[in-house]
Design a binder for this molecule. Structure first.
Ligand code: CMX
Length: 458
């Protein structure tokens, strides 16, 4: 049986299941919501035209300063407050932990439930979440040629490059690209964007697992279990499916890394590339290439390398004084302290807090966790004293590595791939609404330094 036929059969039987249960699927809910959200967006657009509300002038120093503070994007799934941190459709991380459906016996939200929330703004029922788990498992297979593509990558090629390569290749079966080529009405763009987004999310664990097993394992690839949730299947593909605590960690990890409003490099890149009507696979591959940068997602790999290097130089159970000296030596060497600072946040990242709470519960006595805690007590003071960083507090990446290492998942080079699996939830949630709301091609104005010099010297 061909790949497409096999996948279609599994999906068709999954759809029958859902119909038999008389359940409103995520797609049906999106379809129901589109008219009211389009009306709302239109009203806001009209009001904006009438009121000419201004957020104030953009300044030239902002142009040289990485556009910090320039209010230029519309992003539906989440909003970031500098002091409070992220809210997913109005819910904080503790709200999500309390309100979103979980796996039987689990404590952490299922990323499926977070995705439903990001797309609709509504907390799903357990049944709706279970239907999403089934749907994603049914879509998880990847075409043979992509398996071969991944298998042919040298082990020395960074897992993020392999990941991005494979995601780009998924564009081969893009429903959006096909519909566009066939002249679909622009009002229908959201439908195939939704289908591609679901396919993309569903296939990421399969791709990630294959890369992991090729690079770090023995090249043996486990099968997706159609009855298990997304994080369970990802953990199985990585070889950790029997470790329930690791699976819970994945549920938390995939939930909290999913979205951080629209201006960060990965989210903004996905949105920008999508604005050219590139399909969700091409848009997300571009986002992944941004996530692979050390000032963004690669920082979680960098953090662990930095901590291990610190341990090798100053030993285990080092004094606060030794740790402080090591932090200063990093700064004096002209490097950043990875995992600390943020372009928008000005407090400890609640994503860091959520991981710290997980560690307090499950990692008691872990030496690396103790060191992370010690670093937390020292780095902010050093960064404040150094006087450059606007935010001396830890971000999400300062904690994830030690959690993974605790369970024996020590391959730092792979950490950003996990971030990449998660970030797809946020980027695709927005892409669906970009198409449903008819968002235009993004094209801000730029100037040359010579031109600005002319303006400033007048
Ligand atoms: N260590 C040392 N110096 C730091 C620093 C840190 N952790 N954070 C900021 N600074 C420095 C900057 O490099 C900059 O120095 P220069 O003026 O010499 O260029 C100065 O402080 C001002 O920077 P800022 O306005 O506070 O921060 P930015 O908005 O420019 O950058 C970020 C934000 C995250 C890139 C920066 O804090 C950083 O490099 N942190 C370490 C890397 C990291 O953890 N990245 C992950 C962020 C979360 C994510 O996206 O995943």
């Amino acid at each position: 049986m061909s790949f497409r036929l096999a996948t279609k059969n599994v999906q068709a039987s999954q759809r029958l299941n859902v119909q038999a249960r008389n359940l409103t699927t995520l797609k049906q809910r999106v379809q129901e919501l589109i008219p009211e959200r389009q009306k709302e967006a239109l009203e806001v657009k009209k009001l904006a035209e009438e009121k000419k509300h201004s957020f104030g002038e953009n300044t030239i120093d902002q142009m040289y300063g990485g556009m910090r503070g320039i209010k230029a994007l519309i992003w539906e799934p989440s909003v970031l407050d500098a002091e409070e941190g992220i809210r997913f459709r109005g819910l904080t991380i503790p709200d999500c932990q309390a309100q979103l459906p979980k796996a039987p016996g689990g404590n952490e939200p299922l990323p499926e439930s977070l995705f439903y929330l990001l797309v609709t703004g509504e907390v799903p029922t357990q049944e709706q979440v279970n239907a999403l788990s089934e749907d994603w498992a049914a879509r998880a297979q990847i075409p043979k040629f992509i398996e071969e593509l991944i298998d042919r990558c040298p082990k020395s090629l960074h897992p993020m490059s392999q990941f991005s390569l494979a995601v780009t290749a998924l564009n081969h079966d893009s429903a959006f690209a096909k519909a566009y080529a066939n002249g679909v009405n622009k009002k229908e763009y959201w439908d195939t964007t939704f289908e591609d987004s679901m396919d993309l999310i569903a296939k990421l664990p399969t791709i990630a697992g294959r890369i992991y097993q090729n690079v770090f394992g023995e090249g043996k690839h486990a099968a997706i279990d159609l009855k298990k949730d997304y994080s369970h299947n990802l953990s199985t593909l990585l070889g950790y499916g029997n470790n329930e605590q690791f699976v819970e960690l994945m549920r938390l990890y995939l939930t909290i890394h999913s979205d951080h409003e629209g201006g960060n490099v990965s989210a903004h890149t996905g949105h920008l590339v999508g604005s050219a009507l590139s399909d969700p696979f091409l848009s997300y591959a571009a986002a992944l290439n941004g996530l692979a940068g050390p000032l963004h997602g690669l920082a979680n790999q960098e953090v662990l390398s930095w901590i291990l290097k610190m341990k090798s130089q100053i030993g285990e159970d080092a004094s606060d004084e030794k740790v402080r000296e090591y932090v200063w030596s990093t700064l004096k060497g002209g490097q950043v302290v990875p995992g600390y600072g943020h372009a928008v946040l000005r407090k400890t990242d609640p994503r860091y807090q959520a991981q710290r709470e997980f560690a307090l519960k499950h990692l008691k006595g872990d030496k690396n966790f103790k060191l992370v805690d010690q670093i937390y007590n020292i780095v902010p003071g050093v960064l404040l004293e150094a006087g450059k960083a606007k935010n001396p507090w830890p971000n999400v990446d300062a904690h994830s590595g030690v959690l993974l290492t605790h369970y024996g998942f020590t391959q730092q080079n792979f950490y950003t791939v996990l971030f990449g699996v998660s970030r797809a939830l946020g980027v695709t949630s927005q892409l669906i609404w970009d198409r449903a709301l008819g968002m235009p091609l993004e094209r801000p104005k730029s100037f040359s330094t010579a031109h600005l010099k002319g303006i400033l010297s007048k």
